[in-house]
Design a protein around this ligand. Sequence first.
Ligand code: EPS
Length: 401
Amino acid sequence: MTRIRFTTAGESHGPGLVAVVEGLPAGVPLAAADVDAELARRQQGYGRGRRMQIEHDTIEFLSGVRAGETLGSPVAALVRNRDWKNWHEIMDPAPRPEDYASGRKRRLTRVRPGHADLSGIFKYNRSDARDILERASARETTARVACGAIAKRLLAEVGITIGSHVIHLGGIDAVVPAELPGDLNAAADPSPVRTLDKDAEARMIARIDDLRKAGNTAGGIAEVIVRNLPVGLGSHVSWDRKLDGRLAQAILSIPAVKGMEFGAGFEAARRSGAEVHDEMEPAPGAGYERRGHVRRRTNRAGGLEGGITTGEPLVIRVAMKPISTLMKPLATVDFATGEPAMAAAERSDVTAVPAMGVIAEAMAALVLADAVTEKFGGDSLDELRRNLDAYVSHVAARLGR
Ligand code: EPS
């Protein structure tokens, strides 16, 4: 059983970030440009800090790709941190104790509320919050997006597409059109806040400007849509095979993400069964093969029933809290003295909600690529495709069509 696994390594201000993806079939077309395009999407967004002017993320493949195709072996890749040149001294892996004594290096001890700083210091028995924050930083999501871009290439080869858009930012709701554009990212990416609502866009930008002036930060909600999934990914049989649970683990692990919903989400809890469940009808026409020629009249389930894909679009909404590094800092305790203090004000963003949508796409892509390889296996893309095609022909014929 082939399965996709991935991991990342790297600190925010270290030399670079490493991404490793394992379990891809051989023969998936893959170029650095595919990954770079996704890395660039993650770097955009109104409300980012000065760091994004320093970085220009690009990938270097170290293994697993040859002549533009995956080999079936682990794909390892490197993204260098351009900012590293400014942090050599602070991030020196072998500093001298006298550097601290002389004040050349300072420990960060005014821990920031909302960050991993203090819990990490206690847990890992460190005396400098930098030992925690360098890895807790959302810079790490660069490597996740690199892994996700590779997963997206595999999904695209079997016709599955993923997009996202921002539906809320800093207290401002976007009006979501009843029919979303076919190419969601082509419509959302040109917006500085990745929203489809022009009027809300202007108000979101003004809100970010106000918060920046006030030294404050904003959260928001992005919606991820996955189209053309076959019915039957994931499983109802055991808790850890349910696809909703697998997606939730992946998406809730994104820094600052506090909640998520599938389809109608929390609203479903307030409504009656007749108002929530999606009625079914025969769908004999072309384009419904992957759904077994059955269509839901609505998609309040968000594309999943019993932890299994229905073949309807997967609809996931992801909520991000405001960034926890505030330029107008909050009260805290200085870990070095035990005295009350104001938190450290590190350079940061006002908001990263537009980027978070791109990161959520990547995490969803990795879970779905895993579910696709789990169900259809195959050591090569051709073999996986044959297995998928045979399955789709089978489900499409089940109702006698
Ligand atoms: C981040 C703080 C900022 C962000 C960073 C996430 O970095 P810095 O401390 O260098 O100013 O820019 O995000 C990225 C570097 C990135 O690539 O997204 C944090 O504390 O999480």
